[in-house]
Design a protein around this ligand. Structure first.
Ligand SMILES: Nc1ncnc2c1ncn2[C@@H]1O[C@H](COP(=O)(O)OP(=O)(O)OP(=O)(O)O)[C@@H](O)[C@H]1O
Ligand SMILES: [Mg+2]
Length: 282
């Protein structure tokens, strides 16, 4: 077994570049009950944030805050350096164009065929040229290997296929940030792996900054220890001599009742003494 070299969580380069996503002391309460409590973190461009934590710990809320769908009571949320908290809805829409989200359950519009599901964002963003729309829809469906399903209805697709279409829809407007809410939940291990490959492919070929919520240890292992090789069209280990390396660091954040219970690299998590964190360690 090869020992991976010690990882530098924030290299000099990362420290100098503006984080793709940053939260500073963000808090949110519903009916006086704190659900997000003084959360701070940074994700450098091209990096991966793996969000872990029990059900109800605040993971989906963090994604909604990043998208500006919810406003915090306190704190700053910076997207590519800009605090989105004070922004009105019109300005938020422009910023959301740089982000894609795959919602929990990979929700699609059930009454619309795949083509309309995937073109939705493009139309919302004002694209009217149908030839351009179709070309882009085919391109992103090709990326997730679902072009054959372009005329199908969501009900005709398997769970894994629906998830792939949801990813195609999210990447249609070429976002620089992707948010995935439990993208592999409910999928069999082989289908789940194909979704992980897509996430890594987007990250490593296009430099997309990724936030991935997951309950599955296997996802964290794959997202951390593999990179996508364009040459081999497959995942290869991230830590090989002279081999390709992933573009940005992979950071782990474990949420517990709205607070950050752990933040750090895979190695730091492996060394963390707290027994309640150990179930997240391979
Ligand atoms: N709109 C809302 N109004 C009131 N409470 C909410 C609302 N949305 C979420 N909550 C509460 O905030 C807490 C965190 O919710 P969140 O959806 O972020 O959990 P989660 O970590 O995503 O859980 P899961 O793993 O089950 O998806 C929960 O206690 C939830 O009940
Ligand atoms: Mg959730």
């Amino acid at each position: 077994m090869m020992v991976p070299p010690a990882e530098e969580p924030f290299s000099k380069r990362d420290q100098m570049s503006t984080p793709a996503i940053e939260m500073r002391h963000v808090s949110l309460a519903f009916d006086e009950k704190p659900v997000i409590d003084d959360v701070s973190f940074q994700v450098p461009p091209g990096g991966t944030l793996i969000l872990l934590g029990a059900t109800g710990s605040g993971k989906s809320l963090l994604l909604k805050l990043i998208l500006g769908l919810l406003k915090p009571d306190r704190g700053e949320i910076l997207i590519e350096g800009q605090d989105i908290v004070p922004l009105p809805e019109t300005a938020l829409n422009a910023i959301r164009k740089r982000m894609g989200i795959v919602f929990q359950e990979g929700a699609l519009f059930d009454s619309l065929p795949v083509y309309e599901n995937v073109s939705y964002r493009l139309r919302e963003d004002g694209e009217r040229d149908e030839a351009k729309i179709e070309a882009r829809v085919r391109e992103v469906l090709g990326f997730v290997e679902m072009e054959h399903a372009i005329d199908k209805m969501p009900a005709e697709l398997s769970g894994g296929m629906r998830r792939r279409v949801a990813i195609a829809r999210a990447i249609a407007s070429a976002p620089s940030i992707m948010l995935y809410d439990s993208p592999t939940a409910g999928l069999d291990p082989i289908t789940a792996q194909t979704i992980n490959v897509l996430i890594i492919k987007l990250r490593d070929l296009q430099g997309v900054t990724s936030v991935v919520v997951t309950h599955r240890l296997q996802d964290t292992v794959v997202l951390t220890n593999f990179v996508y090789s364009a040459e081999r069209k497959a995942l290869v280990p991230a830590f090989t001599d002279g081999g390709p390396r992933r573009r940005g660091p992979v950071l782990f954040q474990i949420m517990r009742e709205g607070r950050v219970a752990f933040q750090g690299t895979q190695e730091e998590l492996a060394r963390a003494a707290d027994p309640s964190l150990q179930r997240f360690v391979a």
